[in-house]
Structure formats: structure tokens, C-alpha cells
Design a protein around this ligand. Structure first.
Ligand code: ATP
Length: 402
């Protein structure tokens, strides 16, 4: 099933008010943006709408304000950065009600090609509950709604879903389109062999991802903290490693499922162990590599081992599509980042289409310097995971089909 949504290329926005839901949820330290990737990722859609003579009204959430407006969650710094990046004034409609008098006035004064940024949508308590009147108030500002916040598309909020109860002229932006093309194609229509790699801390976070990807891929690789529950399910001693005893049966089920479907399920054959979790996380640590059959009861597995690095890299070599979510070990520590680096390197060297799920795996790939070697790095951690689970994301579902 290929998604075929109306995109900004299909719109006629000249002289129209276009509300664009962006993902401007950027990291801030003392009011300063420490990483503006999410703002840069939104530029293509914004530039296109400006060039076509639309009145571009941007909205986004930022952080998790609990009880309405809070200065530290203001989008004001984003307006400044966005102005710099666009080389054009972005009017910040500072308004505690988001769609109050200030916002209405700013929008009423817009000329074609102007840009207004609304205040943090989560300053309104209705936002995360998808309640009125905020959805209709947002809709009252615009003629067209463009969804370009992939990182928020797994949430049905006023600004990602509710607003489309009132605006029927809808489209996805370029960023959304790219995410749908890469993630959607990889899962629904992959060029084979399709190898999926899962890591990260907990099995419980990825139950449905494991099950869905087993059906779709040819080889499923499991590393990271979640691998030890699988190893324990195979009857192995895993010592002090991260284990979820409530998921042992689930892991057994998945191993049976793989066998039944004739899919390869690769688990670590050796592991990097230490006396305990590093504290602080990047502290120097004594490690050694042991076979997965030989983890001492008083040691903790914190990364895949060297033979596993080769095994996983080998599995990726002849792949045509690779999707990766979750680090192979405690990559925040240089000594325990080797497995994650080896997998990143293998992906960088393969000819396959390589897709990195958001969150920690994206952070690891960027931090380790492999970003420009990947076909696509998703901007949404939670959203990309739900996509890989095979779920329909509300923020995509509400947008009109072609
Ligand atoms: P996100 O859900 O944000 O996309 P992710 O899926 O990439 O993140 P998480 O499930 O959040 O990954 O897990 C990442 C964390 O798992 C990292 O902080 C890493 O240190 C930790 N981790 C990896 N391997 C181990 C291990 N063997 N033991 C304990 N923790 C581990």
C-alpha cells in the first residue's frame, strides 16, 4: 500500500492563508537553540509556499508546558532563527492564547509571501486532548492546512488532526512526503533483501515493531539492551544484563514466528561485558568480550562483541534495504560505542537504501559522523517507530488523498 497524499506541489496558494504544522520542538539551553536541525528540515516547504505567494502561518509545539503559557517554552527564539535562515522577517505572534487578538491581528496584516509564527500550541490545554474550541480557532486563521510535522504525526492533537475537521483543503509538506516515501516504501514495498536492525534499551518498547518487521523483512537483527531478554529466552545466563522477565515468553514466540516464516533472526553471538553500568555514563570502564554462552553471573552486557559486529555487518553487506532503530550498546560511552559504530559503518558502506529511525539511533549516527552516508534519517523517533509497527499515524490519515 503506497500512500498517495496531496502535497504542497498540488496546491494553489497564491493569496491564500496557509497554516503549516511544523516540528519546531528544538532543544533549548538558557533560551538558546542548541540544534536547529528541525528548523532547517522545515525550510523547503516554507520556501515553496513563500515563492508561490501564500500567506504562511506556522505553528508548532515546543517542550511540555504543563499549565498553559510558560516563558521558557516560548517559540520566540525559533522565530529569530527562522528569520535568519530564510533571510526574511518572520513575525512572531506572541499570544498566550495562541489564537488570541495578537495572532489574529498579525494574520490580518499579512501580505502574500509573508510569514507569521504562532506561539507554542501547547500553551492551550485543549491541544494534547484534541478538544474544541482550539481546533476551530486555529482553523479560523487559514484557508489551507499543510501538515509537515512528522515528529508529531503519531499524536492526534488539535494542531495535527483536529484542525482538519474545519479545513478541508489539506496537504502534506515536503518533509512529511520524504518520511512517508522512505519509511513507507521500506516497510510496505522494500527492495529485497530487506534487513531490519533493532536495538536500544527495552524489548517492551518495541514489541509491535519486532512482530511487524518480522513479517516484512528478510532478516531481523537484534542488538542493544533488548537482545539479552532474547538470549535469556534461549536459556542462556545473562548475568546482570538488562532483562525483562515478563517478556521472555514473547521473545520465544518471536523466535518461533521467525522460524515459521522462514526469516533470519540474528542475535549477538558474543558480548562486551563490564562489572556494572558506567557511572557517569561516559566514565572510563574496564570491559572484556565473551561468547554469548559465557556471560558470568556477576557481569553486565553493555555492547555487542567483535564477532557479532562482523556477523551483523555481513548481514547488511548484500542488503538492498536496511532500516535501523536503536543503538547496539551504551553508545554514550566511547568504550561501549564500538558495536554501534560498526553497524553505522556497515550501513555507510553498503549500496542499500539505508533508513535510520529517529531518536537515539539518529543521534548516534549523527554524533559518530555517518549522517551524510545514510539515505534517510527520520526526524521522528516515536513517529517512525509507530510507522514501523505498521500503525496508521493520525497526522497522516487526516490529510486528503490525491
Ligand atoms: P528512541 O525511542 O528515542 O528512538 P531508541 O529506540 O533509539 O530511542 P532506546 O530504546 O531509547 O533507543 O534506547 C537507547 C538507550 O539504550 C541508550 O541510551 C543506550 O545507552 C541504551 N542501551 C543500549 N544497549 C544497552 C545495554 N546493553 N544495556 C543497557 N542499556 C543499553
Amino acid at each position: 500500500m503506497k500512500l498517495n497524499k496531496v502535497t504542497v506541489d498540488d496546491l494553489n496558494v497564491k493569496g491564500k492563508r496557509v497554516l503549516v504544522r511544523c516540528d519546531f520542538n528544538v532543544p533549548l539551553k538558557d533560551g538558546v537553540i542548541t540544534n536547529d536541525n528541525r528548523i532547517t528540515a522545515a525550510l523547503p516547504t516554507i520556501k515553496k509556499l513563500i515563492a508561490d505567494g501564500g500567506k504562511v502561518i506556522l505553528c508548532s509545539h515546543l517542550g511540555k508546558p504543563k499549565n498553559g503559557p510558560e516563558e521558557k517554552f516560548s517559540l520566540a527564539p525559533v522565530a529569530v532563527r527562522l528569520s535568519e535562515l530564510l533571510g526574511k522577517e518572520v513575525v512572531f505572534a506572541n499570544d498566550d492564547e495562541v489564537v488570541g487578538e495578537n495572532a489574529k491581528k498579525a494574520v490580518a496584516e499579512m501580505n502574500d509571501g509573508d510569514v507569521v509564527l504562532l506561539q507554542n500550541t501547547r500553551f492551550r490545554k485543549e491541544e494534547t486532548k484534541n478538544l474544541e474550541p482550539f481546533s476551530s480557532e486555529l482553523a479560523s486563521l487559514a484557508d489551507i492546512f499543510v501538515m509537515d510535522a512528522f515528529g508529531s504525526a503519531h499524536r492526534a492533537h488539535c494542531s495535527t488532526a483536529g484542525v482538519t475537521d474545519h479545513i478541508k483543503n489539506t496537504a502534506v509538506g515536503y518533509l512529511m512526503q520524504k518520511e512517508i516515501d522512505y519509511l513507507g516504501n521500506a516497510v510496505e514495498n522494500p527492495v529485497r533483501p530487506f534487513v531490519a536492525i533493532l536495538g536500544g534499551a527495552k524489548v517492551a518498547d518495541k514489541l509491535n515493531v519486532i512482530s511487524n518487521l518480522l513479517e516484512k523483512c528478510d532478516t531481523l537483527i537484534i542488538g542493544g539492551g533488548m537482545a539479552y531478554t532474547f538470549l535469556k529466552a534461549q536459556g542462556k545466563e545473562v548475568g546482570l544484563s538488562l532483562v525483562d522477565d515478563t517478556k521472555i515468553d514473547y521473545c520465544k514466540e518471536m523466535m518461533e514466528k521467525a522460524e515459521k516464516l522462514g526469516k533470519k533472526l540474528l542475535l549477538p553471538i558474543d558480548t562486551t561485558i563490564a562489572a556494572g553500568f558506567p557511572d557517569p555514563i561516559d566514565a572510563p570502564i574496564d570491559v572484556k568480550v565473551v561468547d554469548a554462552n559465557n556471560i558470568p553471573a556477576d557481569m553486565e552486557g553493555l555492547d555487542i562483541g567483535t564477532k557479532t559486529q562482523e556477523l551483523f555487518a555481513d548481514a547488511v553487506k548484500n542488503a538492498k534495504t536496511v532500516v535501523w532503530n536503536g543503538p547496539m550498546g551504551v553508545f554514550e560511552n566511547p568504550t561501549l560505542a564500538k558495536g554501534t559504530i560498526a553497524v553505522a559503518k556497515a550501513l555507510a558502506e553498503t549500496d542499500a537504501t539505508t533508513i535510520i529511525g529517529g531518536g537515539d539511533s539518529a543521534a548516534a549516527v549523527i554524533q559518530l559522523g555517518f549522517a551524510d552516508k545514510m539515505s534517510h534519517i527520520s526526524t521522528g523517533g516515536g513517529a517512525s517507530l509507530e510507522y514501523l509497527e505498521g500503525k496508521t499515524l493520525p497526522g497522516i490519515a487526516v490529510i486528503a488523498d490525491k
